[in-house]
Design a protein around this ligand. Structure first.
Ligand code: EPZ
Length: 418
């Protein structure tokens, strides 16, 4: 079992390239089922979750080949429409295969998805919407057996702008008769990236990235070649690390426009941030100041996926920062681990009050989930002394060799095997 050994107290300097977005490549890999043909996807980072998606595609009969950061998926030979429970449990995004399987085969059999334990993560919005499109869904002992004789486009109003439900409806709607309008859709940049991939398969989709998306059913049989957009959460993670540790780093291959909320909070906190077309530079030389109040919201609000990383920085800021987690019920599981490192954090319901301390100290801590793990690495690099970060498999789900990226910026961090 891998763990990270970290010696803290070093400033970060240098350049690092941001990789392809996990939360974009996963729905796009599911979408490769639609065209029953060849799909070439560039900027596909070698993440544990991408590995899980490949396992599902191969189980369904697809041929998948990786050459560097490029995946070629041939979905022509796919001939199954069931995903076994163990593969479903490997990650939350397994549920995104539901829409494309129904669109391709008119049938699908799935189980409840797994993924980070951030509190209850129901899929009711997915199932409600699909049944409104004409999918008959029967729960047989936990397995959802879905069948659609004829799906008809119609208006789908989402009670909450769920990212996953928006993606599943977009994918299923490509095979509907007529037009589907998704109202109160998620506006995350990854949705617009999925739309751009779908257009290459011949689908008729518009409005991706806005709160109303329109999909007109029809042929999706074109060969598709696509480059996945940069990972804004990976970029946000590095920005928080530089804020916590001090120093100056430049992020390459990134989309500054997608980092609006994180940049404005860190600028408030005293970081100098500048950007050009596809890079962002952050410098923290003086004191890091506390940030007023961080409330996580759907995009373009403050991303819940950067809450833990910013909290790690707030632990060493001057003053008190209040975090309000509005998206997930149980996304403060990193707090007890930060407290082991000397952090001053009080949690009440979905609010965490972080009192900045002069310095954190090294400790042996345990990752609880993907972003919580990323926060512990930031805290350990900012702390005085040595830390051991266990269960880094959580981190590998969303970052490829995070330790190498930080070591290239001057951090003392190593991956070791227990
Ligand atoms: C996506 O998850 C991301 N994952 C998550 O990133 C991210 O935290 C989340 O969106 C919010 O931005 C991927 O894209 C693979 P949701 P998803 O459906 O689609 C509730 C990371 O760290 N809800 O928008 O699962 C749900 O419980 C991961 O990279 C229902 O109630 O998120 C949650 O409270 C973690 N019923 C809220 O909506 C439903 O049917 C947001 O969920 C669906 C969701």
């Amino acid at each position: 079992m891998s763990f990270f050994a970290v010696k803290g107290g070093r400033r970060l300097t240098g350049e690092v390239a941001v990789r392809g977005a996990k939360n974009s490549v996963l729905p796009i890999l599911a979408a490769t089922l639609l065209n029953a043909g060849e799909n070439v996807i560039h900027n596909c980072t070698d993440l544990r979750d991408v590995g899980s998606a490949i396992k599902i595609l191969e189980h369904l009969g697809c041929r998948v080949k990786r050459e560097g950061d490029t995946l070629t998926v041939d979905s022509a030979p796919a001939n199954r429409f069931d995903v076994p429970e163990d593969l479903m449990r490997e990650m939350r995004s397994s549920v995104i295969f539901l829409g494309p399987m129904i669109a391709r085969f008119g049938k699908a059999r799935v189980f409840a998805p797994g993924g980070c334990e951030l509190g209850p993560r129901p899929i009711d919005l997915h199932l409600d919407a699909l049944s409104k499109l004409g999918v008959r869904i029967e729960n047989r002992g936990g397995e959802m057996v879905c069948e659609a004789r004829e799906m008809r486009g119609r208006d789908i109003v989402l009670r909450f702008p769920s990212v996953g439900a928006t993606e599943n409806v977009m994918l299923a709607a490509t095979a509907c008769k007529g037009t589907t309008r998704i109202i109160n859709a998620a506006r995350e940049p990854e949705i617009a990236d999925l739309q751009s991939f779908l257009l290459k398969t011949g689908a008729s989709v518009c409005g991706g990235g806005k709160s109303e998306i329109t999909v007109t059913g029809g042929r999706t049989d074109k060969r598709a070649e696509h480059t996945v957009l940069p990972d804004r959460i990976e970029a946000a993670t590095y920005l928080c690390a530089a804020a916590a540790c001090g120093g100056k780093i430049r992020l390459l291959n990134t989309e500054p426009e997608h980092l609006g909320m994180i940049v404005s909070e860190l600028s408030e906190a005293g970081c100098e941030i500048s950007s050009d077309k596809d890079s962002v530079t952050v410098e923290r030389s003086g004191v890091l100041r506390a940030m007023p109040r961080i409330s996580t919201m759907p995009y373009p609000g403050f991303p819940t996926d950067a809450q833990a990383q910013l909290m790690a920085a707030a632990c060493v800021a001057q003053g008190t920062t209040v975090f309000c987690e509005n998206i997930f019920e149980n996304r403060f599981r990193h707090v007890p681990e930060l407290i082991r490192m000397g952090a001053d954090i009080r949690v009440s319901g979905n609010t965490a009050i972080v009192g900045g301390v002069k310095s954190l100290h090294g400790a042996s801590v345990k990752c609880t989930d993907l972003r919580g793990g990323a926060a512990l690495v930031i805290a350990a690099m900012a702390a005085e002394g040595e830390s051991v970060i266990n269960d880094v498999y959580h981190i590998d789900r969303g970052y490829e060799h995070m330790e190498k990226a930080y070591a290239s910026l001057g951090a003392m961090i190593e991956r070791k095997e227990a």
